[in-house]
Design a binder for this molecule. Sequence first.
Ligand code: SF4
Ligand code: SF4
Length: 285
Amino acid sequence: MKQILIISGKGGTGKTMLTASLASLAKNKVMVDCDVDAADLYILLKPKIIERFDFIGGKKATKDEKKCVKCGKCKQFCRFNSFDDNLRIDSTACEGCGFCKIVCPVDAIKMVDNISGQYFVSDTKYGDFVHAKLGIAEENSGKLVAKIRDVAKKIAIEKNADYIIIDGTPGIGCPVMASLAGIDLAVIITEPTVSGIHDMQRVIELIKHFKITAKVVINKFDLNLENCEKIKLLCSENNIETIGLIPFDSIVSKSIVNCMPLVEYSDGKISQEIKNIWNKINCKN
Ligand code: SF4
Ligand code: SF4
């Protein structure tokens, strides 16, 4: 079984468009959307949710007012300023370190599980799909990404899948690290803009750090041919193969508006290019 991650240094480069089309082209696979802060692959895959689970991202402090003797030690020692002047806990500020519980002289504080999101196992016409939703202002997105990848892997092993196709998290933060762990191939999608090149460089550094094989797809390549050449040069300097050049075409946004993977919405030149990209991924791995 191969784990293929579609990744970009920033949002808006066509990552989900490419992932949905690869999900449509690949046979016998499980799909995962690791963008737990703003999941959108489900819009194109139209899942029927089979199971939903709470995600416990950590602990939060709660106080038993009847026990509290208002000594103020909890507020004094909380380095996250989670207590107001009336010694009430602001749960959004609480980082769950548990220090207030330790210093409380009357055992008035308890640490309780914090449900910081949900994750879902769904059926789609393309196969099993796992995605998640992190709660508003909640953290621990890296842990949630690791959780849903683990769930997807178990399903893939159970069903003897050939691939896990993963829509990665944009950026280079903690959830991206969780997206990269154990990957067989990272497909970096970028665009020929100054920020696209800069963000791709940061992703390449991460990929090199994790010693992961990577291939590059340049989306809307024809919008700036000079920058497109710079990307190709950067790839060859880093021994990364450029496996696809997707031209700009309004058909892409039309397919998204119609909530369909592009390769199903159209049989035009972009669909052909994405099929070529899949053949290169499929053959060489
Ligand atoms: S658990 Fe830590 S962060 Fe939360 S209120 Fe207690 S001391 Fe502050
Ligand atoms: S440390 Fe305990 S007793 Fe003191 S104010 Fe805080 S909760 Fe109340």
